[in-house]
Design a binder for this molecule. Structure first.
Ligand SMILES: [Zn+2]
Ligand SMILES: [Zn+2]
Length: 389
């Protein structure tokens, strides 16, 4: 018997507006879009931010070549959750079929999402009109409180506290449960209860973490977003297994998100900061949740031979120090072979010896762990780091 496995991919994690600032590249600048492939092959897409374009350009039929059938949940109609639609190339391919789910907005009335499509592609906002969108599109209205099944999976929608409304979705698959709660602010008793219902016992609880707890109490109160602290509190209350901090503020640099993640990890055991390209596998034997991060996004890699000392924190939270040789390096990162298993999204101090004019020089770099693979050497792991400042 094969074990049911689900794969959750993050294509866009930034809130409000896309960012291209180099100080935000590590976590990524595309707006919300997630993809969940359930064990039965059903493909779910959560939100249609600019990350959707990336997903479309790497489109692969999930059912082994059969015409793909995809179920797309749109949480609400703010720009950052719909902006990728006109740029999603699979919508222009005749044999594709898409099932869209969203709520009836009181500002738009019947067929709200259909109207959003038409408005987005109306002249002069977009050069191509709707008739070019050849894929089959079916629209289904969902309301907070609704529950339905797609294949072997159960989907539940609940209202969250956000201006003009926002739906949270809970998807229960045979491999585990994902709760997606973007764009929500704590403080409304009934809607706070909805959030707890959505995330109860979830394997992956994705929550809005746009603001710091201080901002949430002062300058950003009422803006419809949450903080890492709220996420950690709810995760603990409902006994969620892993918390994913999501919808990073466009003004948050990678360094700021690093700090947010560090603070959240002091409050809750298993936390990741959503990062573009991150993939979480649910239901894999031995380890219910596994996260993989993209490698360094550069082709400028060089083989090297630098003797190095590496200090960091293990997966189990212990400090370590280890001598190694760095054999693969680029301007942005390196692949380092280690006996210790460092924690994903943690920091390593890498001291390398480099030949200089006056003999061997030490070069100190800070590396952020983006991936861990089985190493070519026995008993070692290959650790991909991105150099931060
Ligand atoms: Zn948003
Ligand atoms: Zn919003």
């Amino acid at each position: 018997m094969t074990v049911p496995i689900a794969k959750l991919s993050f294509w866009g994690v930034r809130g409000s507006t896309p960012t291209v600032d180099p100080a935000t590249w590590r976590y990524g600048g595309n707006t919300p879009c997630l993809e969940l492939i359930a064990p039965d092959g059903t493909q779910f897409i959560l939100d249609c931010g600019t990350g959707l374009r990336m997903l479309g350009s790497r489109w692969a039929a999930p059912n082994g070549g059969k015409a793909p059938e995809t179920h797309i949940m749109v949480t609400h109609y703010h720009w950052d959750h719909i902006q990728g639609i006109p740029f999603f190339s699979p919508l222009y391919v005749q044999n594709n079929e898409f099932h869209f789910y969203s709520f009836r907005s009181k500002y738009l009335g019947r067929d709200s999402l259909k109207q959003v499509f038409e408005a987005q592609m109306a002249l002069p906002y977009f050069p191509v009109d709707m008739s070019a969108m050849n894929a089959k599109r079916k629209f289904k209205e969902v309301d907070g409180g609704d529950s339905f099944t797609v294949g072997e999976n159960k989907i539940t929608a609940r209202w969250l506290n956000h201006p003009q409304g926002c739906l949270g979705f809970r998807i229960e698959t045979p491999a585990g449960t994902v709760a997606y709660a973007t764009d929500n602010e704590p403080g409304d008793a009934k809607l706070d209860e909805n959030l707890r219902e959505l995330s109860a016992g979830a394997d992956i609880f994705i929550n809005d973490a746009q603001f710091t707890p201080e901002q949430l109490e002062t300058t950003r109160k009422g803006w419809g977003h949450s903080s890492w602290l709220e996420g950690a509190r709810v995760a603990r209350q409902v006994e969620a297994k892993t918390l994913v901090l999501f919808h990073h503020d466009p003004d948050s640099t990678d360094r700021m998100v690093d700090t947010i993640l560090r603070q959240a990890r002091e409050e809750f055991d298993s936390v990741f900061a959503a990062s573009e390209g991150m993939v979480i596998t649910l239901g894999a034997p031995g380890d219910n949740v596994q996260a993989h991060m993209p490698g360094t996004r550069t082709a400028l890699r060089r083989e090297a031979q630098f003797r190095a000392k590496v200090c960091g924190v293990t997966e189990g939270g212990k400090d370590f120090e280890e001598a190694t040789v760095v054999r693969d390096i680029s301007l942005q990162g390196a692949l380092i072979s280690l006996k210790h298993l460092p924690r994903l999204q943690s920091e390593l101090q890498v001291t390398m010896e480099a030949p200089g004019a006056d003999g061997v020089q030490s070069m100190h770099l800070r590396g952020y762990v983006v991936r861990i693979d089985a190493g070519p050497e026995k008993g070692h792991v290959a650790v991909g780091v991105v150099f931060t400042d």
